[in-house]
Design a protein around this ligand. Sequence first.
Ligand SMILES: Cc1ncc(COP(=O)(O)O)c(C=O)c1O
Length: 408
Amino acid sequence: MATTLPHLGFSSDYERFERATEGLEAPFALVDLDAMWANSDDMLRRAAGKPIRVASKSVRSRPILERILAHDPGYRGLLTYTLPESLWLAEHGFDDLVLAYPTADRTAIAELARLTEERPAAAPVLMTDSPAHLDLIEAAAGPGSHPIRVAIELDVNWWALGGRVKIGPKRSAIRTPQQAVEFAREILRRPRLKLAGLMAYEGHIAGLGDRPPGKRLQGRVIEWMQHRSAAEIAERRGAVVSAIAELADLEFVNGGGTGSLQGTAAEPAVTELAAGSGFFAPTLFDTYSAFKLRPAAMFAMPVVRKPSASIATVLGGGYLASGPGEPSRVPSPHLPGGLRLDRFEGAGEVQTPVIGEAARRLSIGDRVYFRHTKAGELCERFDSLHLVSGDAVVDEVPTYRGEGRNFL
Ligand SMILES: Cc1ncc(COP(=O)(O)O)c(C=O)c1O
């Protein structure tokens, strides 16, 4: 059993987690509920009364999703990431599901069509941005008496220099009110489909901090770009929603993410927000000037070697995050404070050396707590999350992986 409580000089959170988890064998993952609910308060405050649809990809644990939805009426429904996941969640009693990414899974669409016949209200909404999506959905769904609900995704990237520079995730090709109206008409022409909503995700604001460490100038450029882009989006999103409203009633207009709640909430055309990462607060969200979240999810790895007095080497640890292959995707040693990765070895498959002043005080059998760059991906590495409150583990809940589910 690892216990480092006598190691004076470590931060109090380190001691708190060590006390809470002294009966556990590392590696393990934990969620600090006190931090998670504090983050939740901050997100609800920034949402300013607009409901938040919880992004399931950034949580990937059914019991945690249930707890979040039960925690506050400000959370409404889930923004899911694959159709098999959405159907699995529906089977387990979740409703009000919007699948945020297009699907080409014909088998799952056929299953969705069956669910739509049985429980039309529980059937997830599919995301679309092209007539090819609509063709595929219609063909896979086959005949039926209840239409499949679909939503339109709108592109809200920042275009500069007359569209020669495009900043933001490459998602939908539907950008102008005219294009959105044309596509809405295309949906309305098809009796097998029903237009349920609109989604527009400004990832270059919601997932990009404006205070990158050590890059002051870049931070100012990001801040400027995000400011300009948000103003342009507010105008265009409003125009698109008014134009579509002439044709059909939309059940929802979804926008935003953890990093953009406060700005997107202020847009009258947006009826609901989305957020997920903010609960666990991975390192990607440390670099925003507009808010501060508390690190809530982490993983503990055991020190298994001391190659020298100033280095402690933990088992495993190389849980890289998706995205561009760059240093920010590597996990960060969090506790005890004052540790860093070795520049040449990074975070490895079977071992990760950590260096820095605190490494001198770490002995074999002690633990190092790391934070992931992203939120939900951590859950693909662990079967369960140990829930800590104060200095005690109060529960252990399965991740999707722990339930034998891997959707992406
Ligand atoms: C469509 C959509 N909305 C919202 C989000 C925001 O999620 P999070 O708050 O977890 O960053 C994402 C994340 O990628 C997304 O794809």
